[in-house]
Design a protein around this ligand. Structure first.
Ligand code: SF4
Length: 329
């Protein structure tokens, strides 16, 4: 029979048990803390690894991408694949430039027609800076038809080739007054009969003042359509015909604005900013320009580069700054 436990023995036992349990808890806490510290160190290390891949791996990855691109470029592309790629470029440009618009300021078809004629061989910005005074002096085709050539020449001098342009705008104003009741006609076949008005000008007017779908094949459109292998033609009329086969008619006007926006802001003639281009994955000419992202960003223009746009009165959804009037700043 066991001898009964004295109160002192019981107290000693309880204290010893408490100490053991406290030690175990401390050990558990230390182990948990150690494991958490190890986990967090591991996570930080793997984060750092993810952020900064070893130089060799990075070079290999970029080499693989370049080889994949080169292999893709070397493979002949079927017509169907090209059409799908072209339409995808249009959709992606719509996301990049949801605010794409004509970059000439105008309030009616007559102003757009005159501004488009004046835009030959100069920037839309220079035209926009010139037309406020011109339209204040000659607001209608009748007024412009009766202009003294030398006075009108002085007003449009900043746009260059001002004598030939004055002849065209006075001539087209006379034709509007005499043959079209003082109104700009809304048909291609009529527009191209006006002095100084070719298909490109006619499509700009039809698309933007009359809502008639049209493809504007200007210097930017030609360059980009060829870079994207949509066409190999060099003649604007042939380019227009081939592009018309790729896109539905309802896309033509906005497609033209988006392509021209991209050509003016990112895919420049001499130094395309490939490293800052949002459609590199669809472009067979990637690498024709600057591929370093940092250097490419410095090449961006207008709202993409944080600069003013070309219009003095841009549409309300334009995210950039309006252009300054002539001589301002
Ligand atoms: S990747 Fe380069 S060449 Fe191609 S669209 Fe972009 S900027 Fe132009």
């Amino acid at each position: 029979m066991a001898s009964p436990e004295t109160p002192r023995t019981a107290a000693r036992k309880t204290a010893a048990a408490r100490t053991t349990s406290a030690k175990t808890a401390a050990a558990r806490t230390a182990a948990a803390e150690k494991s958490a510290a190890e986990k967090s160190a591991g996570a930080a290390a793997s984060k750092a690894t993810a952020k900064k891949p070893p130089a060799k791996k990075k070079a290999a990855a970029s080499g693989t991408a370049v080889r994949a691109r080169a292999a893709q470029a070397a493979r002949p592309e079927s017509r169907l694949a090209m059409v799908r790629r072209a339409r995808r470029i249009n959709r992606e440009l719509a996301d990049v430039y949801p605010y794409a618009h004509p970059e000439l300021d105008f309030r009616n078809p007559f102003e757009l027609l005159v501004a488009t004629v004046l835009s030959a061989q100069t920037t839309d910005l220079r035209v926009n800076q010139t037309t406020p005074a011109l339209f204040a002096r000659y607001p209608t085709p009748e007024d412009m038809a009766a202009a003294v050539p030398e006075e009108l020449e002085e007003l449009i001098r900043p746009t260059g080739f001002f004598r030939a342009k004055a002849k065209s705008v006075i001539g087209l104003s006379k034709a509007l007054r005499d043959d079209f009741g003082g109104e700009v006609p809304g048909r291609l076949e009529d527009l191209v009969t006006l002095p100084g008005v070719g298909r490109k000008t006619a499509f700009v007017v039809l698309g933007n003042a009359f809502g008639v779908p049209g493809i504007t094949v200007d210097t930017h459109f030609m360059r980009l359509a060829r870079r994207w292998k949509w066409t190999e033609q060099e003649d604007p009329v042939k380019i227009e015909a081939e592009i018309a086969e790729i896109f539905p008619k309802s896309d033509w006007t906005m497609l033209s604005h988006r392509v021209i926006f991209h050509g003016r802001r990112i895919c420049h003639a001499r130094k395309p900013a490939c490293g800052a281009c949002p459609i590199t994955h669809l472009c067979p000419s990637y690498g024709e320009g600057e591929t370093d992202p940092e250097k490419a960003r410095k090449l961006l223009k207008y709202e993409m580069g944080g600069f003013p746009g070309q219009r003095l009165s841009p549409p309300p959804d334009y995210p950039g700054k309006p252009a300054a009037p002539l001589g301002a700043g």
